[in-house]
Each structure stands twice: as structure tokens, then as C-alpha cells.
Design a protein around this ligand. Sequence first.
Ligand code: M6R
Length: 358
Amino acid sequence: SKGTYDNYMLKEIDEQPAVLRRISEHYYHNEQASISSQLLTALQQADRLYIVAAGTSYHAGLVGKQLFEDLADVPVEVQLASEFGHHLPKLSAKPFFVFLSQSGETADSRQVLDKVRQLDCPTLTVTNVANSTLAREADFALPLCAGPEIAVASTKAYVAQIAVQAVIAQSLGIQKGLNAAKKIDIDNQLSLAANAIQTIVDQKDYLKQLTHDYFYNQIAAFFIGRGNGYATALEAALKLKEVSYIHAEGFAAGELKHGTIALIEEQTPVVAFVLEKSTAAHTRSNVKEVLSRGAHALIISKKDLSNANDQIVLADIDERLMPLVAIVPAQLFAYYAAVEHGNDVDQPRNLAKSVTVE
Ligand code: M6R
């Protein structure tokens, strides 16, 4: 039930620290992640992972790609189910398919699963609904442990998808004897991320005020970032569109100058995710470019930049897991903008919780 909440979306945003703790409890016993050796062996035999998903789950896959490539040294392609199903690319010699789906019922993803099973490719579904179609029909299934997600806008399932991919990627890396995997303690990082998210959800008054200052009466908003900050920008834009109906786009920060910057006007909201050290200076200079064209710019980063105007400072956790935390302020922007516009937050227009048509 909603308990004391007016709607499910805010309740589910608030549950995210608990979800990360539940994932740790489910997957970690005596420091070893409990991923079956059959699954790890099947993953280890693959020369490439194909992550297939839609919407928010696809964005979680983009974050997962970096985790698998860094921690398990395996190349990854992330594909939109609706595209992939109709235009199967040339596959690698030993592909392994990972389906990310909160509901486990998304028709676009089911269609791809049917196709790749006919090709005899090994498959894993990572889902929040244990007995769902995608879970039953794949060779392997792993739970997200997010608890029922009722609001149409996916929030806690997204962070769970990133967290569970981190668990699998690290387990695979350890199985392969890789240092990158041995050096990171995912269990501990999930606990740090849970605390960091708690700090954000405890600042609701500030985030509500920022939402009003940045998005009220705006017709467009831009989210920018690089690397996993870009993936976060895509997800932040989808969240804002879906519940507040403000037109929002996520862009790779360096691409703005190749066209999109023409859309920046006086007071256009631009939110920049600066999550990685290696590109922080570049993204900050992109922020300066939009500021000089009149944009209203907000930076979300783990570094306190004394000279920036508005910023949200995130706790310092492993860079590769920063998307777990960085998305949360944007979920709250979407939420408060929707409430301020009088929208039905849990049931946005034209949408259903699970999309069972292609
Ligand atoms: O159940 P799934 O994760 O397969 O659903 C995929 C998308 O339909 C879903 O993430 C959708 O984009 C959400 N409404 C986004 O908040």
C-alpha cells in the first residue's frame, strides 16, 4: 500500500536505499556473491554480451555495459529491444544475451528472446518479477529484489538493475581472476550508495524548490553528461518527460555544440551530470558554453565546485557506481514538476506499466 504517501512514485523513490541493502543481503554471503557457477561458466564462455531492453531498463543497460567491460573484461553491446528484434545485427561467434526488464513481460524484449532462443544462444533475464515470461523462458534468471513497483515511472527498479549488473559483472571478473574485479567491494559500494541516496531523499524541500526554480513553466529541458553521466542524462530526460510532460532531451555533453545548442535560450534549464574525473573538465566547459547563451544551468557532481552557481553535491563512491546516486535528484525533479503541474504522477497519460504490445 501507499502508506502515508499520496502516490507510489515518491514512496518508491524513498525505498531505494532499502532496495540496495536488500540486494546486498540477497546476493552476498561471506563476501562471495551467490551467482550460480553454471551461469558464471556460461557467461565466461561468451565472447560478447548483448544487453537487450526498453526504456528505463535500456538506460540501466548502458550503465551496465561499462561495469561488465571494466570489471569482467568482456565486450558489451546494449540494444533497444524494439530495434534489435527487427534488425538482428551480425552476432559475434559466442554471444550471450542479457534481458533487463522490471516486469519481465515487455513484448519487444520477449520477441528478441524468442529469436535468439531459436539461434540456440544462451540467455539470462534480470527481472523484478520472478515468475514472469522473460524469467521463465530464459536459461537463467536473477531477481532485482526491488519489491513491487507500481508507479508507471520506473525508479527503484532502475537502481536495482544497475546494482545487480554490478554484482554479476564483479562475480564474472572474479571467476576470470581479474584484478579490476578483486579490487572493488561491491557489497560495500552498495551500502555507500544507499547512504548517499538517503542524503538526497532527505533534502526534499531543497529539491522541490530547485524543481520550481528550474522547470516551472518551462517547455523544454536538457540533461547532459559524458560516459555514465550521459546514460544518466538519458534516463533523467525520460523521467521528466514521462511524468511532467515537459519536453526533455538527454545529450552527450560534447554533442551539444554539433547542433542542439541552437535550442538554448534565456533561462532554458540545463542539468549537467559530472560523474567521471577523466571528463569533468570537458563537461564543465560545456556548462560554461550553455551559460554564456543564457541557460539556467545546474551541476550534479561529487565535487564541490565553489564557483558554480547551483549544484547538487553527491557523496564520493566508486565512479562506476555513481549513476545509482546521481539519478535520484532527477527522479525528484520529475516528481515535483509533475505534482506542480497537477498531473497524475503514478499513471501518466498514454502510458501503461508494462508494454505488452510490440
Ligand atoms: O518492464 P520493463 O523494464 O521491460 O519496461 C521497459 C519500459 O517500458 C519501462 O522502463 C518504461 O520506459 C518506464 N515507464 C520508464 O519509466
